[in-house]
Design a protein around this ligand. Sequence first.
Ligand SMILES: [Zn+2]
Length: 331
Amino acid sequence: MNGYCPVCKENSEQSLVEHNEELHVRGEKVQVVSEYLHCTKCKNDFKKDPSAPDAQEVANMVYRERKGMMQPSELIKLRKSFGLTQKEFSLLLGIGIATLNRYENGALQTEAHDQMIRLYSNPKNLRSILAEKSEYFSEERYTELSNKLYDLIQGDEGLLNECMEQFGSYDADIYSGNAGFNAEKLFQAIKFFCFQTPLQKAKLKGYLWLADFMHYRLHGESITGLRYIRTTFVPKAEYFNTWLTALTEWRNELQVEERITEEHCYEVYSTEAHDWSLFTPAELAILATVKDKFKDYTTTQIRDYLHEEKGWKQTKNGELISYEFASHLRI
Ligand SMILES: [Zn+2]
């Protein structure tokens, strides 16, 4: 192709080349492939898109992904969701404004700062720190922010109510483990499974199935009242994604993040501990057993484990799995 070369400042014939660079981020190796244009006239390579992030910024992004750290775009989105300026947010976080500004523009945050930002990504925590630092804000601004955070804490019940009506009102029978659907218990169980440690969605599906079936086997009732469908991958709660979205919107305690790694997946993460009081001791014991037994399993391992279950083997794809199979659980 023909184009302007910024090195020799002439029009020249150019070809696309890839640079495979090995960079270091905090002592770890990161491979970055960047696209350059090669000028056949002066034999120099130059960046194809001058506005694209440079190799070091890309390496930082890969490193953050690896460590589960917040990306600059997420940080900006978070701050804006609270209606805060950089100055206000940096004040609440106790990080200098120049530092926050650099983080939003691609600099790699320290681990301590990353954890702090995660802590205050929960509007409840942010609202308490706002109250502590109220003297830094005008009375009017303080009230405005405090109300905004209050609304975020309350969340949105609309979608959940709609889903309850449409998908959650079935009768208790052998397909729901003799229990009616309980959204609050599902919410708390999910939080229990993914509190502070992001959990892959596929694993979460398996955990819920195992916990409900185990409880049914021992006590004749499931915990959440969920119905489960046999899929080619793992048994999945009916309307799983819909419930997850509704519960995420309901209260700002659950987050679902897309993780782009070798096994591209979605992860669920809770910033808030679950409410113990909602569960019986037997339910808690079972939730803990499942979480503990499978914590080191990969998605593939949990799939392989579940494929050995009679309930999965003897149910046709797309059909509800009867809780009768609970008596054959191997756990
Ligand atoms: Zn040139």
